[in-house]
Design a protein around this ligand. Structure first.
Ligand code: ACO
Length: 366
């Protein structure tokens, strides 16, 4: 029987108690709590605790003093390499050799440090010196500390934008990067290897890189005042409209709803053009693919919210990685507890058995 599913769509690969995206788009729940009820009530670090420890009063720890060496200013690449490096620097042990409590400690240390690495990489890209530890320590929340490290100051609207974005994107079931993290964890590797691999998976435009491509779309529409023409020209060239469509949702992504509201509350200067492009794109996509719902996904409004905090668009994959450290950590721990190597099968579709003498130019046996 041929049960191969391209892209593993619809294939159940793991059981999880961390979060459940609701396919019809009603809600996204973290450990049973609707994210609508969490945003604004708890800061990101408590959401980390909720996802990892199933305890909203538990928190991601504060970052410990550490100055990464060899940053390049390319934040996803810096994050990927520095996290792998930290595994060596901190002598993190393999998941198979440690208990759950130690794995949780390692994941907390890494998560907190990952935000600092992105902040430092962003500062470097702008040619500024990252703020010292005493300035960062003045921040109350993870989002505030992140901005303080990067810019030496933390505008409250920027903090709200980042905190909301991080909470909305902290976890989302078995997406490509989380699956990657679980696969690596299932081999018994250390937590640094699992987190670093996840960052690599997330850096692609079809997963975490989409917001970086949304703002240029908004710029183009603001310049031409012709959203219809812009959208049609993309579809005629069979290009994808970034920020639309989703592997799971067949309705509006609930995170898009929350982030749209946040963009409006924060007075985003791009709100109107984004709303206009969204309206036009949805209408065009309905006509283009009448049988496949292609609705707004989290990335579209993420781009607008992050823009409120003056996040350069090429930094958005790394911002997404900062958010997702919670989901990755929770899934790595869950995977560790299963103790089962992930190793699916491939269906061989190559040539049938053939002799080496059939290769062109093969030496003739003497
Ligand atoms: N614009 C135009 N056409 C689209 C879009 C889009 N945004 N999304 C899907 N389609 C089309 C595809 O071209 C395909 O058409 P075809 O059958 O003629 O080839 C059809 O709809 C089905 O698309 P798939 O790629 O099979 O759908 P899948 O579930 O694999 O894709 C994905 C989901 C990758 C998110 C896709 O919708 C996409 O590329 N969107 C744009 C990128 C984006 O916004 N990424 C962020 C996703 S959210 C996240 O990762 C957190």
């Amino acid at each position: 029987m041929n049960d191969f599913k391209p892209g593993l769509e619809g294939v159940v690969a793991v059981e999880t108690a961390v979060a459940a995206p609701d396919r019809e788009g009603g809600a996204l729940r973290y450990r049973g709590y609707d994210i609508e009820d969490l945003v604004g009530r708890y800061p990101y670090e408590n959401i980390w605790g909720l996802l990892v420890d199933d305890d909203i009063d538990s928190k991601m720890p504060d970052p410990e003093p550490y100055v990464p060496q060899g940053l390049t200013g390319n934040a996803p690449a810096d994050l990927q390499s520095e996290v792998a490096h930290l595994a060596g620097e901190w002598r993190l042990q393999k998941l198979v050799d440690i208990d759950d409590a130690q794995a949780r400690t390692d994941l907390g240390r890494l998560s907190a440090q990952m935000m600092g690495i992105v902040a430092r990489s962003a500062a470097l890209a702008e040619g500024r010196e990252p703020a010292p530890d005493d300035v960062v320590a003045r921040g109350e929340t993870a989002a505030e500390k992140f901005l303080l490290r990067w810019r030496g100051e933390a505008n409250p609207d920027h903090v709200k934008a980042i905190d909301t974005y991080w909470i909305c994107t902290a976890e989302h079931g078995l997406n490509a990067s989380t699956f990657t993290a679980r696969i690596i964890a299932s081999t018994g590797a250390d937590t640094g290897a699992a987190m670093s691999g996840a960052v690599g998976a997330l850096s692609g435009p079809l997963h975490g890189g989409a917001p970086a491509r949304v703002l240029p779309m908004l710029d183009e529409v603001a310049r031409t005042h012709d959203p219809e023409g812009y959208v049609q020209s993309l579809l005629e060239r069979h290009q994808r409209i970034m920020g639309f469509g989703h592997r799971v949702y067949r309705a509006e992504d609930p995170r898009a709803r929350l982030l749209r509201r946040t963009a409006q509350e924060l007075g985003s200067p791009r709100f109107e053009v984004a709303e206009e492009l969204e309206r036009v794109a949805l209408a065009a996509l309905r006509e283009y693919k009448p049988d496949r719902p292609l609705e707004t996904n989290v990335e579209f409004w993420s781009a607008v919210v992050l823009d409120v905090a003056d996040i350069p668009h090429d930094l958005t994959p790394a911002m997404f990685a900062c958010a997702r450290v919670a989901g990755w950590s929770a899934h790595i721990l869950e995977e560790k507890r299963t103790g089962r190597l992930i190793r699916p099968s491939a269906q061989y579709v190559g040539p049938a058995e053939r002799p080496a003498s059939a290769v062109d130019g093969a030496p003739v046996p003497s």
